[in-house]
Ligand binder design. Structure first.
Ligand code: 6PG
Length: 245
């Protein structure tokens, strides 16, 4: 879906989430993976408009998280606590978020998060089956904290991995791995801005692309793209229409 304006982008996020949430068979919890960066504001604007879902059923996990104290301005949880939770007052509470233990070193932090993630979601062949993943995309094609050319792209033995040299600061993070992302039932990319236009073109048109965003291919789930016009400015209209973006 290509949105003409920021408010149309929020409407598109609302529409897709409403559709996905209405199709999820009654289950508790509904596990929703969150990304940081610009996603925080988009979801803070979108969630209050979704009135048909009982948000107490949601469990929020982090597609990636920076290993900093939870009240640090770099913490993804901290950003959702500051913005989304007040916007959803009475509907979403802090204890619905699966936060990292930032006192641990990256290796232990990832192991601990994976253990608690597996305990709180459906598990299929040792991978968590997440209901919805909301992914951002960096101008270099990274998603979660999976960066181009990084050895973590090949990680297939765990669903949550540590990274100690993230090119996007802060350096120490944990991230879902590609197999965990691809086990999700629904993956929704929300991406805006001309700085992403070259990588979006590559990801959507080059089937051999090895960019992290291009490796997101849900095994049996669905993949959705919500972008703005600037983000697809390098693609020709014919391609955009063919892909039913
Ligand atoms: C993070 C993210 C990261 C983000 C992209 C896009 O915590 O750093 O989860 O993967 O989604 O960098 O960020 P923007 O949407 O802000 O460009």
């Amino acid at each position: 879906m290509v949105a003409e304006t920021p408010s149309k982008l929020v409407e598109a996020v609302v529409a897709i989430l409403q559709k996905i949430l209405s199709e999820i068979v009654p289950k508790n919890p509904v596990v929703i993976g969150l990304s940081g960066g610009s996603m925080v504001q988009v979801l803070t604007d979108a969630f209050p408009k979704i009135e048909t879902f009982d948000w107490s059923r949601a469990k929020f996990i982090f597609c990636d998280e920076r290993i900093v104290p939870l009240d640090d301005s770099d913490s993804n949880f901290g950003a959702f606590k500051k913005n989304l939770i007040p916007a959803m007052a009475g509907k979403i509470a802090e204890n619905q978020f699966l936060t990292i233990d930032p006192s641990l070193n990256p290796v232990d932090c990832a192991k601990d998060y994976e253990k608690r993630l597996l305990e709180s979601s459906n598990v299929g062949s040792a991978l968590p089956i997440l209901d919805i993943l909301l992914l951002g995309l960096g101008p270099d094609g990274h998603t979660c904290s999976l960066f181009p050319g990084h050895q973590l792209l090949k990680e297939s033995s765990v669903s949550v991995a540590p990274i100690e040299n993230s090119p996007k600061p802060p350096a120490e993070r944990i991230t879902l791995t590609i197999p965990a992302v691809n086990s999700a039932e629904n993956v929704v990319f929300v991406t805006t801005g001309a700085s992403k236009s070259a990588v979006i073109k590559e990801i959507l048109t080059d089937t051999n692309s090895q960019l992290p965003g291009a490796l997101v291919k849900p095994t049996s789930g669905s993949l959705f793209w919500i972008v703005d016009k600037a983000a697809v400015s390098e693609m020709d209209m014919e391609n955009i229409q063919k892909m039913e973006l």
